[in-house]
Design a protein around this ligand. Structure first.
Ligand code: 4G1
Length: 230
């Protein structure tokens, strides 16, 4: 998968070089390209923002530098299709289902806003989908874009081991059961006996019960959805 990210702060994306996503890039399963659309400003002082028509506080990102950056991305692309996503609090709230769907795309172009956001006409002109990672105020779309890239990338075939993905489909939509590792006793707290029993059927049953229990208690919305689908 190719991901082009249009942003004013490309240096914010350095965490993507490490960990699983970094390895996916090394293995050519993922190609992330950061584009600073300030480089496309035709302004002498490289301005990309201006005051809002109608008045009011803050600044709005001008459409031209974003469009010119987008045009360059498309011109230099050999993919047969692409999807442009604008990270925006007005978007559809991101979830695992959307992450899985997006992981099937050949080419994503992600636009990150700043200040009061982008000129509405750039959304009309180039954006296919607006996606939000949740309801809180942020200073920019960069952290949301990184959340999306991480969640999408781990669903690309070959990025994760088969082991870590097969467990997921079974308990899809549930919260996780508690995990334990050595030592067997820590500060007087023992690992549940069933996990030391070696009885895999019993372990699976216990884990499913724990998943259902914690999901019912903490996320009744997810629990109801799971129950409706079994
Ligand atoms: C009104 C949150 C404004 C924020 C209401 C989640 C938030 C992008 C996201 C804002 C952003 C609420 C996101 C707000 C985001 C322009 C640049 C928009 C930053 C901006 C609840 C500021 N998921 N926020 N406005 O945060 O981009 O994707």
């Amino acid at each position: 998968m190719k991901i082009d990210i249009l942003t004013l702060f490309p240096e914010m994306f350095s965490p993507l070089e490490t960990s699983i996503i970094g390895r996916a890039k090394e293995n050519n399963l993922l190609n992330i390209n950061l584009i600073n659309f300030r480089d496309y400003s035709k302004d002498r002082l490289k301005h990309v923002d201006d005051t809002p028509y109608g008045g009011g506080a803050g600044m709005v990102i001008k459409p031209e530098p974003i469009y010119d950056a987008y045009e360059d991305v498309i011109k230099n692309s050999n993919s047969s299709s692409h999807k442009v996503i604008y990270m925006s609090p007005k978007g559809k709230v991101f979830n695992q289902e959307i992450a899985k769907e997006l992981s099937k795309e050949e080419h994503l172009i992600i636009l990150c806003g700043h200040y009061e956001g982008v000129d509405e006409r750039i959304i009309e002109e180039i954006v296919d989908e607006e996606i939000s990672i949740g309801d809180y105020v942020l200073t920019g779309g960069e952290l949301p874009a990184m959340v999306l890239v991480d969640a999408v990338a781990r669903n690309i075939g070959g990025v994760l081991s088969e082991d870590s993905t097969k467990d997921e489909s079974f308990t899809d939509g549930l919260l996780e059961y508690p995990q334990y590792t050595r030592p067997e006793e820590f500060h007087g707290r023992k690992v549940p006996d069933v996990l030391l029993s070696g009885d895999h059927a019993k372990v699976d049953k216990w884990r499913l019960e724990k998943s259902l229990e914690i999901t019912k208690e903490r996320r009744p919305d997810l629990y109801d959805k799971y129950i409706k689908n079994v």
